[in-house]
Write a protein that binds this ligand. Sequence first.
Ligand SMILES: Nc1ncnc2c1ncn2[C@@H]1O[C@H](COP(=O)(O)OP(=O)(O)O)[C@@H](O)[C@H]1O
Ligand SMILES: NC(=O)OP(=O)(O)O
Length: 311
Amino acid sequence: MRVIVALGGNALLKRGQKPDAAPQIANVAVAVRSLATLAEEHELIITHGNGPQVGVLALESAGDSELSGPYPFDTLGAETQGMIGYWILQALQNALPGRQVMALVTQTLVSAVDPAFDDPAKFVGRVYEREEAEKLARENGWTVKPDGPYWRRVVPSPTPQRVVETRLIRRAVRDGVVVVCAGGGGVPVVRDPQGRLTGVEAVIDKDLTASVLAEALECDAFLILTDVARVMRDYGTPRQSEIGHTTPHELRAIEFPPGSMGPKVEAVCRFVETTGDMAAIGRLDQAARILDGTAGTIVTPSATWPLTSTL
Ligand SMILES: Nc1ncnc2c1ncn2[C@@H]1O[C@H](COP(=O)(O)OP(=O)(O)O)[C@@H](O)[C@H]1O
Ligand SMILES: NC(=O)OP(=O)(O)O
């Protein structure tokens, strides 16, 4: 089987956790332990988020008095691909001796007139109490929005159209390479009328890009790994309950928050509706169990879809 896995940026750097390298490398190790099992049996493509990390780099660059201004978000996105891609690459190489592994700087095409440029929605950086977030927004010209009980900076997040390096990724996967790519949803770029690429100021949702890539690479399964074991109904209320096996039709009838579970649900629904294959959302350390249908929220075209066919 060909399997694509998206690792959450917040799962790699948990809300409230200090953004040092060491805890993130430890979280990568947890993810890679569960991914190595998959790589032994399947073709594997790994994407990852970068929301918390790109915010750290943005703050660093904004605080550097040597610079005439902060680095733009396309450049910061590429930096996070290098940093997180390196952590995943090394952990996979150590876990899978003899297997070829590659981490690729990847660009994702978006539309220059995407309405998302006028309505920032992608959470980046750390969480703040409301008062502090609003003060920082006034001082730095940020937009901030609530993220659960906290507040966070948001930046535009246009819809991913295509991963520029798709053909190269397909070739590497066919050659048996485990490919780490499209980190942070891919560096956002637009193509001008002459066909030239230019970066734009945005952070793309990695779950939506993973869905686009999963379709283009004809993946058989799409897993989103994050910090919750299952998607919940009535999340955050006393009535909350875990969703086990479900369909896009059932999921689309439930409202999920934008910027966190919303894009994940949209990404898995889109993949299942378009391909008729299975997708799932679950915890970072349970990849193999999620793929065999014994953990996570499993999304299939119909409720009677035979889960054992993913084995
Ligand atoms: N209905 C829901 N079920 C489960 N988790 C939810 C739901 N709605 C919102 N969430 C939140 O979504 C978070 C995962 O999204 P996010 O932090 O963006 O993940 P990541 O960065 O790992 O991709 C969970 O930690 C949880 O707080
Ligand atoms: N770019 C992106 O979707 O990052 P997160 O997974 O950290 O939100």
